[in-house]
Design a protein around this ligand. Structure first.
Ligand SMILES: C[S@@+](CC[C@H](N)C(=O)[O-])C[C@H]1O[C@@H](n2cnc3c(N)ncnc32)[C@H](O)[C@@H]1O
Length: 285
């Protein structure tokens, strides 16, 4: 079964072994309301640990792509095969222009195919739009970016079985979670320093007030008996905000930083409302 279809900024691939150790032995519906590339979701599916799932993201291009994968996978494969673009800078900018001029409602399949091409060829798997909503990430210069093939698209389609995808804010996306369900929140991280600028994943941005709202939503879920796991950066502000929860700090590799010396190990915070059994490295691999 397929892994992430996208290389997504802030993607959790490297954290999977650690996160797996936080997953309760049994739970009801799985909610992932900041879905992005969905690294943890695909791992849980691969291991057969999911029954029903409710996924969500406010990024409508992402929502459109997953919708097309769910409903029109073969049309998407054909559209991908017919894209006349290779791993060439000029092609990339032509594709980017076409993407920005293609409407989701009118041409959802072409828009999705272009998003996949851009995601594989752009700088660091970023999704960034300007104030007019145009995707403006530069060419990524990868030696061998690769594109998803028919098998991968079909296996991701299979991984979306018994799954609902919502194009909603995280708060409404988890409003129907009930006792015994599991919610994994992987929000845009709180900046560690004032200079960090990879916190706005959509043109709307995710600010301190949203971090506070997320804490409130997590508390409400806790009151309803829902298991909650949250990933974020380790800041004094968040450690204070979540002081009633179980907190663990983990050193993680963060590749998504354009300034070379800031790449490398950073401390991440994992927040749960239950005591997770495992200590890194894990008991559940
Ligand atoms: C850190 S990324 C998630 C990465 C993902 N876990 C992965 O493995 O690829 C955060 C995601 O949250 C989405 N997002 C931002 N604000 C949101 C909001 N208010 N509600 C729901 N999703 C939001 C962004 O579009 C982005 O895809």
């Amino acid at each position: 079964m397929g892994g992430s279809l996208l290389k997504w900024a802030g993607g959790k691939r490297q954290m999977i072994p650690y996160l797996m150790g936080l997953i309760p032995d049994s739970f009801g519906t799985y909610f992932e309301p900041f879905f992005g590339g969905g690294a943890l979701y695909f791992e849980l599916r691969r291991r057969g640990l999911l029954k029903k799932a409710v996924l969500s993201d406010t990024n409508s291009d992402l929502f459109n792509l997953y919708n097309v994968v769910m409903k029109k996978p073969l049309e998407l494969c054909n559209s991908l095969k017919s894209l006349p673009y290779g791993n060439v800078k000029e092609h990339y900018y032509q594709a980017r222009e076409l993407f920005n001029n293609t409407g989701i409602t009118k041409e959802p399949v072409l828009k999705s195919a272009l998003l996949l091409y851009l995601n594989r060829h752009c700088f660091n798997g970023l999704f960034r739009v300007n104030s007019e909503g145009s995707f403006n990430v530069p060419f990524g210069r990868y030696k061998n970016p690769g594109m998803p093939d028919t098998d991968q698209i079909l296996s991701v389609n299979e991984a979306f079985r018994d799954t609902v995808f919502r194009n909603e804010d995280f708060e409404s996306a988890v409003s129907d979670a009930v006792e015994g369900d599991l919610v994994y929140f992987d929000p845009p991280y709180m900046p560690v320093s004032g200079t960090s600028h990879f916190t706005d994943y959509t043109s709307s941005g995710f600010r301190e007030k949203d971090q506070i709202r997320l804490h409130r939503v997590a508390k409400e879920l806790w009151d309803r008996g829902v298991y909650v796991i949250i990933s974020n950066s380790s800041t004094d502000f968040l450690k204070e905000l979540y002081k009633d929860f179980n907190l663990k700090e983990i050193m993680a590799n963060r590749a998504i930083n354009s300034i070379a010396e800031r790449r490398g190990k950073v401390t991440e915070l994992s927040i749960t409302n239950f005591s997770a059994s495992s200590i890194f490295p894990l008991n559940r691999t």
